[in-house]
Design a protein around this ligand. Sequence first.
Ligand code: PEP
Ligand code: MN
Length: 367
Amino acid sequence: MSSAIHKRESLQSWIDQTETPFVIAGPCSAENLEQVVATAKQLKETGKVSVFRAGAWKPRTRPGSFEGIGSKALEWMDEAKNQTGLSTITEVANAQHVEEVLKHNIDMLWLGARTTVNPFYVQEIAEALRGVDIPVLVKNPLHPDLGLWIGALERFDKVGINQLGAVHRGFYAHKPAPFRNEPRWDISFELRAKAPEIPILCDPSHIAGKREWIKEVSQTAMDINFDGLMIETHIDPDNAWSDASQQITPSALTDLLNNLVIRTEGLNNHSSEEKLEKFRKHIDGLDSELIKLLDQRKALIDKIGEIKYEDDMTIFQMQRWFEIMRNRENLADDLGVNKDLVNELFNVIHKYSVNQQIDLLKTKEKK
Ligand code: PEP
Ligand code: MN
């Protein structure tokens, strides 16, 4: 499926005006006027932040936690903007929020992960924005469903939003994991392949869940060429009213941004170009060997299929399957090759081998 998002001016003009990376920072939630203005002032002083974020309505998993200040917070954000000159962004989750945001002079808005999962909400928000020229950032849905993420972007595209961006904030992890949300970078690659015109930012705060890991996640995002970062920043993180463990101070943010290594997609010097070319040629050669080996394997699969057919044997043979997996994993282990990689690879190879023999059986039975 290729995306139906039209090539438009996109968020790129905002991003191009800043040095890499484009940074959005500010507290998870707006708590009071002093906190909002003081955080924005300190962020302005870093000289590295383009947009000030704060949540006015907070989607909480269970009732009873702090659910945000509401529209009053937007007045504080407007004040922060007047005092610092920073642009502002907040989260909207329904049409009413959109109306408030537009009334209060907020410059951009984002959709949270819990909203992107629901096409009804997305459509309602998109309708409320018809004819409005405001940048909209769409966070990935809670679970790793690329279709929902692209679908939400398409809904905004269809109502004429010119400046669209995506925010990768990781995916719900059903197994205990060090990070709060699983990064699944592969899904961000797929998004970029299907919607290359959409700039993509990373939200390392919600991926990491702990302030110690925000730097590492930010660096990975830069290494794989993300356009920017959205980082939760609070003047007193330990006492934040929401997401306290993942917020950092403006000075920690400055430190983090100063120490990020920014790489370029193209090469910077000739000698690395030659080396890279040499290794890439070698890899190309190895990959073509792999494909030729698969072709040889395919011929053997047919021969085995013939025997199974003649002998009335089942195609899938559990014991043989276990043996293949155990044997390939052990070999991988001995050679220092990643066992999970080999396991996944042979699962795929086995799946196609079984299908090949099923097809063979069908053609034989037709005769
Ligand atoms: C947030 O940015 O504070 C937030 C609620 O994010 P998410 O939708 O990614 O959970
Ligand atoms: Mn948060």
